[in-house]
Design a protein around this ligand. Sequence first.
Ligand code: FAS
Ligand code: PHB
Length: 389
Amino acid sequence: MRTQVAIIGAGPSGLLLGALLAKAGIANVIVEQRSADYVLGRIRAGVLEQTTVDLLDAAGVGSRMHREGLPHDGVELCFGGERHRIDLHGLTGKRVMVYGQTEVTRDLMDARTAAGLPIVYEADDVRVHGFDGSTPHVTWRAGGVEQRLDADFIAGCDGFHGVCRASVPTEAIQLHERVYPFGWLGLLADVPPVHHELIYLNHERGFALCSQRSHTRSRYYLQCSLDDKVEQWSDDAFWAELKRRLPPATAAELTTGPSLEKSIAPLRSFVAEPMRFGRLFLAGDAAHIVPPTGAKGLNLAASDVGFLWQALDEHYRGSAGGLDGYSERALHRIWKAERFSWWLTSLMHRFPDGGSFGAKMQQAELEYLVSSQAAMTTLAENYVGLPMK
Ligand code: FAS
Ligand code: PHB
């Protein structure tokens, strides 16, 4: 088999890149190690920046998102038992779209199937070869039979644990990482959200987040210890702990119910530089990870893909500049989102070694933040997403 761009991974990065390249008439094949159902079963992000909404529209998959997604004009910060609204739209003129990553992935998968575009699921032992030369190709096994796909370029959209970044010689790549001393315990339930906008909470027992997927489906998170196991957390224990961290009046309005999904995610900040190695390009979680506090993971994946789509389109139209500038252009936006995600995580979570001084610094910064138009504007313009330039 041969194509123009071989895409490794059918998460949001790989599927969105495949859709945009197809729109530009650039042939591509996606190779995914898991089944479609497995990919759809991962419950992850929930908040889309306008830049992500625009890219999904450009890919021709935005109609259900506009029908079922929830535009949000603000978010709340809660500390000291008090809730404070940050008027995202009033401060920036922009809003965010609440629409789950699962639905984004489903829309992209359905569009790819409807267009009859090639995608390989359940590919075993996927490997990438020859990307430092002129013969990049991908091999894998399907049903025990070795397969080979030759391409002009390989897009590594295979996430943090993928094969593409791992295939780059260690001397050619620089890694930057910070691992946080806590995780997020997430719960999804078919209950109405406690509030129509998201609430981020800084509490002495730990961070909590009240999010949602629709008017009838809610997503909640609790900061938990890295030693916690999801089996230790019954639904009742989760709801009881969430109520302890909510202000009493808000806790009284909380609707609880059986979990549809419960999982613990570790938190880290991570960036691999550069993002191009000859004819291999990394995009999304394959190149970077952010703590989900700033709702940037999925949105950074989308902006990487937007830059890579433009670069490949320029290349096939006869201009090499785009490919040469991809890594620097993407990293410029990535580092700003890494900073915001690290800052909001540091502000809203309880650190085991933070002590009373650390708690006082958080309290002082939060009190300043909600009292200053300038400070709220800074938070708002980062939360709605910085321009793609
Ligand atoms: P993904 O990891 O989504 O997709 C990579 C794909 O590549 C997967 O389907 C994988 O099976 C496949 N793959 C891996 N190795 C392969 C190989 N060798 N061969 C072929 N295929 C291979 N972001 C937020 O904004 N908010 C959140 O609340 C949030 N919560 C998260 C919770 C968890 C547990 C995780 C892990 C991430 C979370 N994120 C969140 C970030 C998440 O949304 C990512 O940013 C997003 O999934 C990135 O998409 P991809 O880059 O496509 O990577
Ligand atoms: C989610 O709904 O999953 C979500 C929302 C906002 C975040 C993180 C996760 O910052």
